[in-house]
Design a protein around this ligand. Structure first.
Ligand code: P1T
Length: 379
């Protein structure tokens, strides 16, 4: 089945009771048993729920995996991956990643005796320098949030395989439409499904997909034991969102390119971060592992002034100033004070998250209106 068919049909079957085309919302916490243990495959909705199961099958299908797991948020999904580890284990993570992931690693799991190395991964070979006998997980986000760096997944996977380390890839910015990490050798792919998979800024949810049965069983055990699952209503909304993922992504990519090129030629703009530019450090890697370059863009204005950046995001009318990304509507954000405020200033400035940096999630509105909005806001 091709990707554009999988978004609509992948892992789905028609409802057995009445032939409903969409999976019904099974708004129930529990299921009747005829005798102890006499149930129809569902006992309790923390463990399984038919609407959530339909969504989990869709996740697995989109990422070319065998097993999908849905969580209450993207961070809950990452949290489940970290629970595979033990005190004394080490993680090598990219140093340019969502601030909430950094906070979970450095302020929660570091306290449980797990050691994190936050490193630059633009040159993926750098990862091997940090491998020790205790390294159990390599955590890659690509494109990174918010600097749009590209990490070579195949290279990271070959290092992970050589040392028998798990490779997890946060595929939130790319989506499975643009990039399929399991096909490139990753063991775990993760999503903040809140973003492009849902696509309508109305649900908080996370996803994991794996190929390996033993790994899937360990993650299902953690999902059920820790209980950070999503409800049936949200699962239904995600299933509905996914059906248009491919058409939305096509437009995000077209609009993203138009906005990136406009900003690149703007006299007041200093630097534009977007992997579609030939001069982007890892443009060739992006070309080889992604189908197109997506709708996420970051940029700085000349003078590196917080006041100027604040004025621009306040002046934007169609781009709403808000956390999050990946919805049909365009959003702007100021990473240093919003999504990445939990990273110490000194650390975040090393990766380029300076005071004038603005992040755009380019939506699927008319691109001329988006460019006009930027024109009037930047001045
Ligand atoms: O918000 P939640 O669904 O828990 O997902 C966390 C998360 C994980 N990974 C990446 C790459 C993310 O971008 C996020 C969430 N990011 C934002 C809310 C944001 O505005 O960047």
């Amino acid at each position: 089945m091709k990707f554009n068919t999988k978004t609509i049909h992948g892992g789905q079957e028609h409802d057995k009771a009445y032939g409903a085309v969409m999976p019904p919302i099974y708004q129930t916490s529990t299921y009747a048993q005829s005798t102890p243990g006499g149930h129809k495959g569902f006992e309790y909705s923390r463990t399984h729920n038919p609407t959530r199961s339909a969504l989990e099958k869709s996740f697995a299908s989109l990422e070319n995996g065998n097993y999908g797991l849905a969580f209450a948020s993207g961070l809950a999904a990452i949290d489940a991956v970290l629970k595979l580890l033990r005190p004394g284990d080490e993680v090598i993570s990219t140093n340019d990643l969502y601030g909430g992931s950094y906070r979970l690693f450095s302020q929660i799991y570091a306290n449980f005796g797990i050691k994190f190395h936050f490193i630059g991964m633009k040159n993926a070979e750098n990862i091997e320098t940090f491998v020790t006998k205790n390294t159990k997980l390599i955590w890659v986000e690509t494109p990174t949030n918010p600097m749009l760096n590209i990490i070579d997944i195949k290279k990271a996977a070959s290092i992970a395989k050589k040392h028998q380390i798990l490779l997890g890839v946060d595929n939130t910015f790319a989506t499975p439409y643009l990039q399929q990490p399991l096909e490139l050798g990753a063991d775990i792919v993760m999503h903040s499904a809140t973003k492009y998979l849902g696509g309508h800024s109305d649900v908080i949810m996370g996803a994991l997909v794996v190929k390996n049965k033993e790994l899937a069983d360990r993650l299902y055990f953690i999902q059920n034991s820790s209980g950070a699952v999503c409800g049936p209503q949200d699962s239904f909304l995600l299933l509905r969102g996914i059906k248009t993922l491919h058409v939305r992504m096509e437009r995000h990519c077209v609009n993203g390119r138009a906005v990136a090129e406009y900003l690149e030629n703007h006299p007041k703009v200093e630097k534009v971060y977007w992997p579609g530019f030939k001069h982007h450090t890892n443009h060739e890697v992006a070309k080889s592992q992604m189908k197109d370059f997506g709708g996420m863009i970051s940029f700085t204005t000349k003078g590196n002034s917080y006041e100027k950046a604040k004025k621009i995001v306040e002046n934007l009318k169609i781009f709403t100033l808000a956390e999050s990304l990946g919805g049909v509507e365009s959003l702007s954000g100021h990473p240093a004070s919003m999504t990445h405020a939990s990273i110490p200033k000194e650390e975040r400035e090393k990766t380029g998250i300076v005071d004038s940096l603005i992040r755009l999630s380019v939506g699927i509105e008319d691109k001329d209106d988006l460019i006009e909005d930027l024109r009037q806001a930047i001045g």
